[in-house]
Design a binder for this molecule. Structure first.
Ligand code: PEP
Ligand code: MG
Length: 765
């Protein structure tokens, strides 16, 4: 062996020694050996004695996902041959050997040469190390002895691991440590590496039993500590919200603190504990008696306090129930995992610390995902198999482009994803050059891009990224941030912020769109078939007091700015629009009267989300000024596919020919009726579909602030003429996957491969 080889050998042995576990040692080994020998593949198979199989335990070059999965019987393949013979097998052309066995799962290409060395410990075969090269190659004696020496070193480590029970991986999978991959639905793109923090739904007050206190002093102390902690939580929440909420909007927090005053709720809870109930039961009883009392009040404001009191009760209970709440601490790279996470729950989280979100429920266009996308948090939903409760603090990689979750990832995968993260950061930097410029196609056609907003951060980012207006302000989002319906003045202040940040530019404010997955924490609508239920304008027309107070707040907020547009969600029939317009004009007259000012009449639009509108465009055009397509819901209703149901997520497709043809029809129809039409569903923010939307002639594409720069870059490189001929072609196609790949192929050809999510270089081998 040459001095250089010896040096390499020493280095590898040192690194293997320094590894924290056998797994890591094997990974280091295969990587270093492949590099030192200039081989495309180096793998270690270990013998699982119980099952008499060689399990692929580490590999450089073969498909990462086959590690821990692929195995060979002891008499099978060339690996089996090495084990049986207990000697080196060195072949220039492995495939021509009668014992050769091809394993497609490993992604194994046709590797010509093969060098297999048994890993022996005290005369027993522990496994086999294999080196492979694509080219025909005769491995030298020096190469053989290099591997033999390494295997001898490695065998000691393996024997030790066996002795301490580390090689349990064979016995499939104690999830606690073995790496595993889960597939879900990509939500908001991006990649994250971090540790899981499990999201528990809030404590269930109604589920608390009564129980005799064992030790009254101890129960009193528990309550005392819980109250102190909740007070602190509320102060922190108040401080956290200082940037995004006005002082008046935060008034609720001081109400909470007053209720937590020693003489208020805590005094009542303590009295019950002294009477013998345990702390949790006492909390439930006190809250119950207050809610019953308030629920009977005539005064609506006081009735609304019920939800505040219940919320406080839940907070105290959560503190009592989870002394282990502390372990839900968030670090920089926390990956929030849970069965279902609502938008309201999400916005209460320490958002700066959430690197990614993973849920077992939900689908790509659920509301929480839309908000996560706006916040730039990689999100994967519908990971139905993820064993959430077993994964607290587990290391994870979230590939939200592919919808993949890697739990306890192996080192090499982690490294590869770190590289991908770097590449993405670089790409984001490059995109910055697209801030604040117009969007013009190479053949000189301008395209109007608006931003979808909800949170203040959307507004800030939208302005920064050069949005020419707000195409959809989801007014339900500020409603979700609160503990009760916000009052008119509260709303006015919020709306004013939105309108004034985009002064001189149109701001399209959608009236409250709740129901289905847009649940308010204080007004839950539970329905069997909620997507077809009480939502959007159906709800607000049934609650004209809520609708009118919102319209009045919007009108007041627009005074002097005159850039307000009002958009009606989930419209199905002409009568709904007529009723809404009646309420709107009534509010307008009232506000003008009260404020003694002339208010510019806002333009009013209808969202096209329900297929019935396709057949009523002419009727509606007589009533409203513009149309806006909500393609998220329109797709769901056109295809009869619940946008939140992971089981049918594969059927929900923006590329479905019916969706594309419907959109094309809508644009023609609207223009024929001389009405502008925009699109504010997620299709506008996806490069492939945005090209088609431009070609169809939508007047405005409105999207999440996180997509503006990607879309501007894409459209700046796609001539309108190309887009039109692409549209012409895809409208003739009958298959969604074919349409999708046709468009992706075009982008890749245009040098815009980085705009195509699935082209992301994935680590395979
Ligand atoms: C839509 O349905 O496309 C839309 C924009 O509204 P939301 O996603 O808020 O339902
Ligand atoms: Mg919608």
């Amino acid at each position: 062996m040459s001095a250089m080889q010896l040096e390499t050998l020493r280095r590898i042995v040192q690194e293997v020694d320094a590894a924290a576990s056998l797994h890591e040692a094997l990974e280091v080994m295969v990587e270093q050996v492949a590099e030192a020998m200039g081989s495309e593949v180096c793998s270690v198979y270990l013998l699982d004695e119980r099952n008499q199989r060689y399990v692929l335990m580490a590999s450089k070059g073969l498909n990462i996902e086959s590690v821990g999965v692929v195995s060979l019987a002891t008499g099978e393949g060339l690996v089996g041959l090495v084990g049986q013979r207990e000697e080196i097998v060195n072949l220039e052309d492995a495939a021509s050997h009668p014992r050769f066995r091809y394993l497609p799962e490993t992604g194994e290409e046709l590797y010509k040469s093969f060098l297999g060395v048994p890993i022996m410990y005290r005369r027993k075969v522990m496994g086999v190390m294999v080196v492979q090269n694509r080219e025909r190659r005769a491995y030298t004696e020096a190469a053989e002895s290099f591997l033999v020496t390494l295997c001898a070193q490695l065998s000691g480590a393996i024997a030790h691991a066996h002795a301490v029970g580390q090689v349990d991986v064979f016995r499939k999978p104690s999830l606690a440590k073995s790496s595993k991959t889960f597939q879900g639905v990509p939500g908001a793109g991006g990649v994250a590496i971090g540790r899981a923090v499990v999201f528990y739904p809030p404590a269930d007050l109604d589920a608390v039993p009564d129980r005799q206190a064992d030790d009254i002093t101890e129960e009193l102390e528990l309550v005392k500590q819980a109250i102190i902690a909740v007070r602190q939580d509320i102060r922190e929440l108040d401080a956290k919200m200082q940037e995004s909420l006005m002082a008046e909007e935060r008034a609720l927090f001081s109400v909470y603190l007053r209720m937590l005053d020693d003489n208020a709720l805590p005094a009542e809870i303590n009295a019950l504990i002294r009477g013998g109930n345990w702390a949790q039961g006492a909390v439930r009883k006190v809250i119950e008696s207050h809610t019953a009392h308030f629920a009977q009040m005539e005064d609506e404001y006081l009735r609304e306090r019920v939800s505040d009191i219940r919320d406080l009760g839940r907070r105290i209970l959560a503190r009592l129930q989870t002394a282990d709440d502390q372990h839900r601490e968030f670090n920089e790279d926390s990956i929030l995992i849970g069965e279902e996470i609502t938008t309201a729950a999400l916005v209460e989280m320490p958002l700066n610390h959430i690197a990614a979100i993973v849920t077992t429920e939900g689908a790509a266009n659920s509301h929480m995902v839309i908000v996560a996308r706006a916040l730039g948090i990689p999100t994967v939903v519908g990971v139905t198999e993820l064993p959430v409760t077993a994964l607290d603090d587990a290391e994870m990689i979230v590939d939200a482009h592919q919808g993949r979750i890697f739990v306890h990832p192996i080192r090499r995968l982690r490294q590869r994803y770190k590289e991908i993260q770097k590449e993405e950061q670089q790409a984001a930097k490059d995109l910055k050059s697209y801030e604040n410029r117009e969007t013009i196609t190479p053949d000189g056609h301008p395209v109007t891009l608006y931003v979808n907003t909800g949170l203040m951060i959307d507004v800030v980012r939208g302005v920064q990224r050069g949005a020419q207006g707000v195409g959809l302000y989801r007014s339900e989002i500020p409603f979700m941030l609160r503990e009760r319906f916000p009052g008119e003045e509260e709303q006015r202040i919020i709306y004013r912020q939105q309108l004034s940040h985009f002064a001189n530019k149109p701001v399209v404010m959608r009236t409250l769109d709740i129901g289905a997955d847009k649940d308010l924490p204080y007004f839950s609508i539970k329905e069997e078939n909620s997507a077809l239920g009480w939502r959007g304008i159906r709800f607000t027309l049934d609650h004209p007091e809520i609708f009118s107070s919102q319209i009045r707040a919007m009108l007041k907020a627009s005074i002097g700015l005159n850039n307000l547009h009002i958009l009606l969600p989930m419209v199905t029939s002409v009568t709904e629009v007529e009723e809404a317009l009646y309420l709107l004009y009534r509010s307008l007259a009232e506000v003008q009267e009260e404020e003694q000012v002339k208010i510019a009449v806002p333009k009013v639009g209808v969202m096209i989300e329900v297929p019935s509108i396709l057949l009523q465009m002419r009727d509606l055009a007589e009533l409203v000024d513009f149309f806006s397509v909500g393609s998220n819901d329109l797709t769901q209703y056109l295809l009869a596919v619940d946008r939140n149901n992971p089981r049918v997520a594969g059927l929900y497709s923006s590329y479905h020919p019916a969706v594309l043809r419907a959109l094309n029809f809508l644009v023609r129809e609207a223009h024929h009726l001389n009405k502008p039409i925009s699109i504010c569903g997620e299709m506008a923010g996806e490069p492939t579909t945005a090209i088609l939307m431009m070609a169809m002639g939508f007047n405005v594409l409105s999207m999440s602030s996180s997509n503006i720069l990607r879309i501007r870059k894409t459209l700046s490189h796609v001539p309108l003429a190309d887009a039109k001929s692409l549209l012409h072609e895809v409208l003739k196609m009958d298959s969604a996957p074919v349409i999708k790949s046709w468009l992706e192929h075009y982008l890749i050809k245009q040098g815009l491969g980085d705009m195509v999510k699935s082209s992301l270089a994935l680590p395979t081998g």
